[in-house]
Design a protein around this ligand. Structure first.
Ligand code: NOJ
Length: 765
């Protein structure tokens, strides 16, 4: 061991115990900051310019570069970290190679651990439907534990892009449309990934993404332009990133989109003024895949050289999978166009991140020793099935339940139909880490396990997930293919109808394949694709009770299905234990409590659809539509509003009581309601508080979520639910971007979704 390494080990070990005391403080806790800075400054003094530039290179493990070449590059000090490798011996070999480099700077290993590593939890939109921070903490913690056990140090998550346009395929990856809810989840997930200390062997560094505003791409088309007013940015879109940073996120991934004409990757305002100056971020920034090179296509750099120059000057530390820095920075520094100080700034952050991840103290912190490697890395005992099942059932949203069609009885004959009913691959959802379809319970298997021999199941495919050849060709270029049954569609529908006729009830599992709700998977329509809608009509025509189980990664336009189905269950993509969780809900072993984190529009033409819109001068009024802001072919209201979701219990909410109705800036105002379970079974619901600033210096939304509580009530039980508001809750960004509360009248609403609310008013003096 050379002197430098010994020093790092000593400082590192010392720092580890100090970090344990500083639980959850995240990056740069004061007690270790000096030691860290001294160590890094000393290390950087010994590095050549080429070695520094090498640290800025993050490469993907894949077909791009053969393994022996990667090892050679690492030993030569030309790679700082990799992503996409979750195989311990491979990561160990790379770390060994780093040990043979001149400075022995450890590598780090990153991966997209978005909603699970080996055990896959529901997609993020499903997690958001739980409105349950304990469930989200469990998801993040299990993900971190499993990822760290696979030698992963860093995740490219949480993904907290606010989105109001369901056409965007990456809606599935985020937590929905609401700033408050997404910010709460963002902070919770960040803390869960990073644990009590980022230097713990079972913690991974969170890299919040995609900074910034990626969810606002025009037309919901992936990678498209974002053009947005500064007020909307500050008020609605930026807070979730900040919430993650305030919770201690070690890294930030820069978005692929431009913002008002300037790509995020070359955006000094974004990366320096907002991120570092205003928010005090002290961690590492990572470009998205190939984004530096894309500055040429954005039309802000004439060539690779200029792209590298713009990115490093803007504040992009790590370059993901392009050679821009390696090829261009040496020349740029030589010519004086980029100063060595600018390179140093980036290198300092990369080394800082390695320190924070505990890698200088122990490069094998998460890789461990070869003797401890699992014999089978896919072994069943490495999974956390109980946790996944519990979180999955919490994320299911009951959309309709006419005549108590649900819960079903475990008896008689049940027809399970639909192209997604037996798909374990789709159950995993997009970005499914190292999750395996063969370890995943699909809907049919979950239902079969629940009924055992108490009921008979009949199965039919019913239709393919889509018959659109353009879509099939496009989607099949992704990692997994859409399974297509070559039989004529009508034959498959006829077969399903025959099965339905023999059954007492029909459960149709329909929706989207997982690669339809993914990166680069934007849609022009929001209806259930292909011939599945015809299948649903045909099943309805049998007269049998029809339960639709929806699998999809975005809000769908379900107007017709809502008419046809007796019951409708939104299950998103539920992950490893999906089928079991679904069966728990279908048969009433679990009472559903999920609430929608995104508005479900009636038609694609309504998007962007979001509950916290401005009122306009001619607001839509359902019974007075002349010359008001609406669409004329159908009601302008959503089909299912934000925050909506039914239960097998019914709940009533009393009128609101306020502790005061005139509030000074020092006061705390308490708003209370009584919530009662008027149903026959115990159940949970989410009590939601919304505010509206009636007249302000800028038009304010018709309502904004400010708080919520999830409560459990036994049949007949009544509980008081109280929320406390301070001046802070009334603040907003005014036209001069000042964040302040203005005196005047506020509407305060409490209810069980964003539309079904009780209302009262108070004044801020
Ligand atoms: C591109 C995606 O935009 C980003 O979210 C992801 O983290 C990287 N690829 C790495 O896989």
């Amino acid at each position: 061991m050379n002197k430098l390494c010994l020093l790092s080990l000593v400082i590192g070990l010392a720092s580890q115990s100090a970090w344990a005391e500083n639980a959850t403080t995240g990056v740069g806790a004061a007690s270790t900051l000096q030691a860290k800075n001294a160590f890094i400054a000393n290390l950087m003094k010994q590095m050549t310019l080429d070695e520094k530039i090498g640290q800025l290179r993050l490469i993907s493990i894949g077909p791009e570069m053969p393994k022996p070449e990667i090892l050679k590059e690492i030993t030569a000090g030309r790679i700082g970290g990799t992503f996409n490798s979750v195989v311990l011996p491979d990561n160990r070999a790379m770390q060994d190679a780093a040990g043979h480099s001149r400075n022995k700077i450890p590598m780090f290993f990153a991966f997209d651990v978005v909603h699970g590593q080996r055990t896959i939890f529901p997609i993020s939109l499903g997690l958001a439907s739980t409105w349950d921070m304990n469930a989200i903490t469990r998801t993040g913690r299990v993900s971190a534990i499993e990822a760290a056990a696979d030698g992963v140090d860093m995740t490219f998550a949480p993904m907290v892009d606010i989105t109001r346009d369901a056409r965007w395929g990456r809606s599935s990856e985020g937590f929905g449309e609401d700033t408050y809810l997404v910010s709460r989840i963002s902070a919770t997930m960040t803390r869960a990934f990073q644990g009590t200390s980022m230097q713990a062997p079972n913690s991974i560094m969170a890299v919040v993404k995609h900074f910034a505003l990626y969810g606002a791409v025009e037309g919901g088309r992936d990678y498209n332009t974002v053009d947005m007013s500064p007020v909307r940015m500050q008020q609605d879109y930026l807070p979730p990133y900040r919430a993650s940073i305030d919770a201690g996120a070690g890294g930030v991934m820069i978005a692929l989109n431009s913002i008002n004409g300037v790509p995020s990757t070359s955006n000094a305002w974004l990366l320096q003024d907002v991120l570092r100056r205003d928010w005090g971020f002290k961690g590492v920034t990572v470009s998205d895949h190939g984004a530096i090179k894309e500055l040429i296509d954005h039309g802000v750099a004439k060539d690779f050289r200029e792209a590298a120059k713009l990115a490093i000057k803007a504040g992009v530390d790590l370059s993901m999978n392009d050679k821009a820095y390696g090829e261009e920075l040496p020349g740029l520094v030589k010519s004086g166009e980029v100063s060595e100080k600018e390179v140093d700034n980036a290198v300092r952050e990369v080394l800082g991140a390695k320190w924070e991840m505990g890698l200088f103290a122990n490069p094998y912190l998460r890789i461990g020793a070869a003797v401890d490697d699992p014999v089978d890395r896919n072994a069943e005992n490495r999974l956390h099935r109980a946790e996944a099942r519990d979180v999955a059932r919490k994320s299911i949203v009951l959309l309709k339940n006419q005549n108590d069609t649900l819960p079903l009885k475990k008896q008689g004959t049940i027809a399970v139909i639909g192209p997604l009913a037996k798909s374990s691959m789709d159950m995993l959802g997009s970005w499914s880490g190292a999750g395996l379809p063969r370890q995943t319970v699909n809907a049919y298997d979950g239902i079969a396990a629940a009924v055992g021999d108490k009921a008979k199941l009949i199965y039919a495919l019913g239709s393919n997930v889509t018959d659109n050849q353009h879509a099939i060709t496009y989607l099949n270029k992704m990692d997994d293919q859409i399974a297509i049954d070559p039989r004529p569609e009508q034959d498959m529908i006829d077969e399903a109808v025959k099965a339905a006729r023999q059954a007492d009830v029909v459960v149709a599992v329909v929706g989207e394949s997982r690669n339809m709700s993914h990166e680069a998977a934007s849609r022009v329509d929001l209806v259930i694709p292909g011939r599945q809608r015809e299948l649903i009509r045909a099943l309805k025509a049998t007269g049998k009770p029809l339960v639709l189980v929806l699998m999809n990664g975005r809000p769908l336009a379900l107007g017709e299905e809502n008419e046809l189905a007796d019951a409708m269950v939104e299950s998103w993509f539920l992950g490893t234990e999906g089928g079991n969780a679904l069966a728990d809900v279908l048969f009433g072993d679990y009472n559903p409590s999920g609430k929608l984190p995104m508005t479900f529009p009636r038609s694609v033409g309504q998007v962007p659809a979001y509950y916290n819109h401005l009122n306009t001068g001619r607001p839509y009024r359902p019974n007075d539509s002349n010359y008001t802001s609406n669409y004329f072919e159908e009601p302008t209201s959503p089909l299912f509003p934000f925050g909506y979701g039914l239960s097998y219990s019914q709940f009533s909410v009393s009128d609101i009581t306020l502790s005061i109705n005139k509030m000074t800036r020092k006061d705390k105002l308490t708003a209370s309601v009584m919530v009662k379970n008027t149903g026959k079974v115990a159940g949970e619901t989410v009590v939601q508080l919304y505010l509206r600033d009636v007249a302000a210096s800028i038009s304010r939304p018709v309502k904004e979520l400010k708080n919520f509580q999830k409560i459990m009530l036994n049949p007949g039980e009544e509980k008081s639910v109280s929320f406390t508001l301070t001046e802070e809750d009334l603040k907003f960004f005014n036209p001069s971007l000042k964040y302040a509360a203005e005196a005047g009248e506020f509407k305060l609403m409490i209810g069980l979704d964003s539309e079904d609310v009780k209302e009262t008013t108070f004044n801020l003096l």
